[in-house]
Design a protein around this ligand. Structure first.
Ligand SMILES: Cc1ncc(COP(=O)(O)O)c(C=O)c1O
Length: 423
């Protein structure tokens, strides 16, 4: 084991920052990133399709972000109270996000989804949350339910915790439904409608697109039963479109959560939504039993929000989203050609600059179809791609810095890696 990796193992369980780890034979330590590439401490170059698990939508070290940060770190502090940059980013978010009358900051996406669910419970006076099997909403106890339940999965709507240490009582407050199956959602909701505070959904769940009418159906169902609709836009926000998934699919949630892109790689998150709901997070005024706690020590941090503002300023320019969609489409088209030529059951799913390879020819419409292929082979494919200089953790997060020739190279590596794992 290389000394730095050994040091990581000594200091942290599994030598890991999060739950995601690369296979031992390709484990690496990143030194730096520039544009579409990252470099490990041994100087090896990778086309980066991890992109910080999504925040680096401009690519690494974008000159305008770097310049803004240089100025911001002249006073690299945390003030806890209002500062100009934190207010400026909040204004930009309110202007850009269709459902946002107001926002409140968190630091991580997991804070944002926790606060959104809390606000929904306070607003409706109900406790239960409905989420979808296979959806990832972050690391809080309510979110970590049935994200990746192994087969045989429990019957809907029973939740299966994705981690030890989550109280059983929380398990009973989360209902699980199959994504893209409106009939099943209706059945689950109608059985306990008066107890459900919110339906929370990634409008595009992981890389699975919503069926036509699915999100509209959720909206109508929520309206019929006084349930709030929350879009988790931590991944989709400012990535699929400037106004996020709610703009792309023309469905307005009551609340939406943001992270990743809005901090440009630094920790910023937010919950956004209708004024009457957001006002429950207003710390001023008379005591009110419905008032909600939201907030973290570094909320609105001036350095982190500076990176977010600089990132959004670039994304706002004409042509950005056409380019981001063109990159993803080029990847998916080329991958489909490779699978067809090799006669392999495989597909690249996703929308815009976000994709995932599934080694199955079953149409991928929900969690169970997404895991219907050979997952071990899929993992070996990703490892073979990393070995050949394409850094991916299963998903492909492309950036504005990803060039057409990067995509061509990724195709060549995919082709070669398939040859390798199948030989
Ligand atoms: C859709 C979604 N929601 C929430 C989160 C949690 O964000 P964070 O890792 O910043 O807590 C993630 C993280 O990947 C996510 O993909």
């Amino acid at each position: 084991m290389k000394p730095l990796i050994a040091a990581a193992h000594a200091a942290m369980p599994g030598g890991a920052f999060t739950t995601y780890v690369l296979d031992d034979e390709v484990d690496l330590v990143i030194k730096s990133g520039k544009g579409s590439k990252v470099y490990d401490v041994d100087g090896k170059e990778y086309i980066d399709c991890v992109n910080g698990s999504g925040p680096m939508l401009l690519g690494h070290a974008h000159p305008e972000v770097v310049e803004a940060l240089h100025k911001a770190v002249e006073c690299p502090s945390n003030f806890y109270l209002l500062n100009e940059r934190g207010i400026e980013l909040a204004q930009m978010l309110v202007e850009a996000i269709p459902c946002a009358d107001q926002i409140k900051y968190g630091v991580t996406g997991s804070d944002a989804t926790l606060y959104a669910m809390r606000l929904a419970r306070a607003f409706t006076g109900r406790d239960k949350i409905l989420k979808f099997e296979g959806g990832f909403l972050g690391g809080n106890d309510y979110a970590l339910m049935s994200m990746s339940p192994p087969a045989p999965q429990p019957d809907f709507p029973r939740a299966r915790p994705d981690s030890a240490g989550i109280p059983r009582s929380i398990e009973r407050e989360v209902l699980i439904a199959p994504y893209n199956d409106l009939t099943a959602v209706k059945r689950i909701v109608e059985a306990v409608a008066g107890d459900i505070a919110a339906v929370i959904v990634e409008a595009q769940q992981r890389c699975i697109e919503p069926n036509p009418g699915f999100l509209q159906g959720l909206r109508a169902l929520c309206d019929a039963h006084g349930i709030l609709l929350i879009f988790d836009e931590v991944v989709t926000g400012f990535r699929l479109a400037w106004g996020g998934a709610q703009a792309l699919y023309s469905v307005m949630p009551d609340l939406a959560t943001y992270g990743k892109v809005i901090g440009g790689g630094l920790p910023v998150s937010a919950v956004a939504g209708r004024r009457e709901i957001m006002q429950l997070a207003n710390p001023r005024g008379a005591p009110d039993p419905r008032k909600c706690f939201t907030g973290n020590t570094t909320c609105g941090n001036s350095v982190a929000t500076t990176a977010g503002i600089a990132t959004l300023n670039v994304l706002q320019r004409a042509g950005t989203y056409e380019r981001l969609h063109a990159i993803g489409d080029r990847f998916r088209r080329g991958a489909a050609e490779i699978f067809a030529r090799r006669g392999i059951a495989g597909q690249a799913i996703g929308t815009g600059p976000l994709s995932q390879i599934c080694l199955t020819d079953v149409p991928v419409t929900d969690y169970r179809s997404s895991v219907s292929g050979d997952l071990k082979l899929q993992r070996r494919l990703m490892t073979a791609m990393v070995q050949r200089g394409v850094l991916t953790h299963g998903k492909f997060y492309f950036s504005l810095a990803t060039s057409d020739s990067d995509i061509d190279r990724i195709h060549a590596v995919l082709d070669d890696s398939l040859q390798f794992i199948l030989s």
